[in-house]
Design a protein around this ligand. Structure first.
Ligand code: SF4
Length: 454
């Protein structure tokens, strides 16, 4: 799972609050979904006249948005709270770990308040309580796209909260609740505002993007004079009207996903699918209680690629799941060889407090998990190397993320920010972040490409 973080620096002390607008520091941990929560909280606070402080010392109070996905993320969140307490002292905690306040208060009894995931009003209420807003109507003026933590040229578009699945290794549904989709007209209007503000790439996220709208019974909504339903395929059709790159994350291989492939083949949305397959063995998938575990995923991938040969498929996997036998692991490697996925991430299974998988028998020893992880990553790197080598000599359109020392770091349609590879351009010339460029690919390694301006 991608894990962007927004941290605070240390810096010089602040003036007294009475002399200026109140300042909130923000530390955002966890996945892009948590990042979007942070953006919403910050947007609300900015709308009320708060400023965002760049350092602990410049902040009158710090909000830490935590992650509780796996135990390592819990530890990182607890450390981040400790750091904020040490350097600022006035800390409000929110996010996934906030669903387990006892874990936080046991280690950090000094925090001012703990609120749970997607409890925007509670967080904002806690800020009001401990740092009242100053009345200044001019500070209510906000950019129309709200406050964002991503660079100006790309933005995450969160279409739903929660999840109706019950994967045995995951506690997100118990923390974030059941699927709650946003209406399609609201989502399309937000996307339109983002693009009008300069966003060139929209990254669609939720816990289960393919289930979008099921909870609303696919309610209709009008946008730009056309009627759309709150459902996955209509969302892709609507977003395609905006002329931006549209990238779909967290899609499960259900049959209805096939309907979006023609839009990808026509480049109306990016030919990119992020499908968290997690394993290639049907018996392991059943123990994981994965959505769509009974689908013939290899046949589905073949059919997608037949219609859209440039399709990039990204996925994540778990090795060493409880009970994973040698032959199930071998099935995973064979599946991977046949699927030839472009981008692959892998986790070694680790128990999460409260997850059903903890009770499964035959947990895999850490040394064996390590070996399987190394074998899996070696195999995935070889596939990635082979597939990237096929791009050498091709001309690609790329979006520039950063420029330093005359070299630009950019991404092609096959690369999502932060989690996939990049295209390096040595002769960057006058390129700047957010620019489009046409490059000829001159070299490839395991994960990245090198290009020259065409
Ligand atoms: S689909 Fe599974 S892993 Fe993803 S949030 Fe839902 S329960 Fe968790």
């Amino acid at each position: 799972m991608p894990r962007p973080r927004t941290r605070l620096r240390r810096g010089p002390g602040a003036a007294a609050p009475a002399e200026r607008a109140p300042r909130v520091g923000f530390v955002s941990l966890g996945c892009p979904k948590a990042l979007v929560d942070s953006e919403r909280i910050l947007t609300q606070l900015r709308a009320e006249g708060y400023e965002v402080a760049p350092t602990y010392e410049a902040a009158d109070l710090v909000v830490v948005n935590t992650c509780g996905f796996i135990d390592a993320a819990v530890d990182e969140s607890l450390d981040a709270i400790g750091e904020a307490l040490e350097h600022n002292g006035r800390v409000i905690v929110t996010g996934c770990l906030g669903a387990r306040p006892e874990r936080i208060l046991e280690r950090h009894p000094r925090v001012l308040k703990v609120t749970g995931p997607h409890a925007y009003e509670d967080v904002v209420g806690a800020v009001h309580e401990h740092l009242p807003p100053r009345h200044d109507p001019f500070l209510d003026l906000l950019p129309p796209e709200g406050v964002r933590l991503t660079p100006r040229h790309y933005a995450y578009l969160k279409i739903a909260e929660g999840c109706n699945n019950r994967c045995s290794f995951c506690i997100i549904p118990s923390m974030r609740g059941r699927l709650a989709s946003r209406r399609i007209d609201e989502v399309l209007r937000e996307a339109e505002r983002l693009v009008a503000a300069g966003v060139k790439e929209l990254l669609v996220i939720s816990q289960d993007t393919s289930a979008y709208g099921a909870d609303l019974r696919y309610a209709p909504g009008a946008w730009r004079g056309t009627s759309y339903q709150t459902r996955f395929v209509d969302l892709a059709r609507g977003l395609a009207e905006l002329g931006a790159w549209v990238r779909l994350h967290y899609v499960y291989p259900y049959p209805h996903v096939d309907e979006v492939i023609p839009l990808m083949a026509a480049r109306r949305v990016l030919p990119y699918l992020d499908v968290p397959f997690q394993h290639g063995s049907p018996t392991v998938l059943r123990r994981m209680r994965r959505p769509a575990h009974s689908e013939n995923t290899l046949a589905r991938i073949r059919a997608w690629r037949a219609q859209c040969p440039d399709l990039t498929i990204r996925s994540t996997f778990i090795v060493g799941f409880p009970g994973e036998t040698d032959s199930e692991f071998a099935q995973l490697l064979a599946w991977l060889d046949e699927a030839e996925l472009d981008r692959v991430g892998c986790f070694k299974y680790s128990p999460v407090a409260g997850a059903a998988a903890n009770a499964l028998p035959d947990h895999v020893a850490p040394e064996l998990q390590e070996q399987r992880y190394a074998r899996f990553m070696e195999r995935a790197a070889a596939i990635s190397r082979r597939r990237l080598a096929q791009r050498v000599g091709r001309h690609l359109r790329v979006l520039v993320d950063a420029v330093a020392d005359g070299t630009a770091t950019a991404r092609s349609e096959a690369d999502a920010p932060q989690i996939d590879g990049v295209v390096r351009i040595a002769n960057a010339g006058t390129l700047r972040p957010g620019d489009w460029a046409e490059v000829r690919i001159v070299a490839a390694d395991d994960y990245d490409l090198t290009g020259r301006l065409a």
